[in-house]
Design a protein around this ligand. Structure first.
Ligand SMILES: [Zn+2]
Ligand SMILES: [Zn+2]
Length: 240
């Protein structure tokens, strides 16, 4: 029961007119944000880091890497986000993920698809779309894996099969309380390839809802590459 057919949505909207998910102003059918709130969602514009898309306030016209990426090994080839996970965008993502507002997947997936305007992804061919997995206990609590829902949309759009080849084997808690080094340590051996999955020579597109430090995506990319994946690009709906 994730996507109601359009005619049902239309009937429901006669009884419950659609409202902005943030400020409750009335909006058109199929809209989740009013124009005012939508205008506050911050789009990432160049210049930004070629590896992790961290924006830079200044004028750089050549390819560059941010200080974060220059000083550590990140295993993905590039992680692309078109939006910042701040203010309204952050609130929408939290409501989607923790507030059981699964209908917001359409709005969040739209932000994710905007990442494909980026030249690092636009011209690229992929063999598999892989969602970042949740630990099974966490997925049971939440009822869904937000990355898997987003991966379905991306896979459908790009005509690339979704292959949930990774599994989360360690239950990592309170990642937010850790600094970057601790996060990397905490994630070590958190993921592995599923039993009979074969990713050899695949060009993988890894999907998650949000990039915070890049440690999770990097750790997933490491496992995929150690198992023979050819390349691993990542796309998220937003980044910190
Ligand atoms: Zn609004
Ligand atoms: Zn960077």
């Amino acid at each position: 029961m994730l996507a109601a057919p359009n005619f049902i949505r239309a009937i429901v909207s006669l009884v419950y007119p659609p409202t902005c998910t943030i400020c409750s102003a009335s909006v058109g059918i199929g809209k989740y944000l009013c124009a005012e709130c939508e205008a506050k969602v911050s789009r990432i514009v160049p210049p930004f880091c070629a590896k992790c898309s961290e924006p830079f306030d200044g004028a750089i016209t050549t390819e560059f890497f941010c200080a974060n990426c220059a000083h550590r090994k990140l295993y993905f080839d590039a992680a692309v986000s078109a939006y910042r996970s701040r203010g309204i965008a952050r609130q929408v993502m939290l409501n989607f993920k923790y507030g059981r507002q699964i209908h917001l997947r359409h709005l969040v997936a739209g932000w994710l698809l905007a990442a494909f305007d980026d030249p690092r992804l636009r011209q690229r061919r992929f063999d598999a779309v892989v969602p970042v997995p949740l630990h099974p206990t966490r997925e049971r609590e939440r009822g869904f894996n937000q990355a898997a829902l987003l991966a379905e949309t991306v896979g459908g759009h790009a005509g690339v099969p979704v292959r949930p080849v990774l599994q989360r084997v360690r239950f990592t808690t309170t990642q937010t309380a850790f600094d970057r080094a601790e996060r990397i340590q905490n994630l070590r051996h958190a993921f592995r390839l599923r039993g009979n999955a074969d990713v050899r020579n695949l060009r993988v597109l890894l999907i998650d809802d949000v990039l915070t430090t890049g440690s999770t995506l990097s750790e997933c990319a490491r496992v995929l590459k150690e198992n023979g994946a050819n390349s691993v690009y990542a796309a998220t709906a937003a980044r910190a």
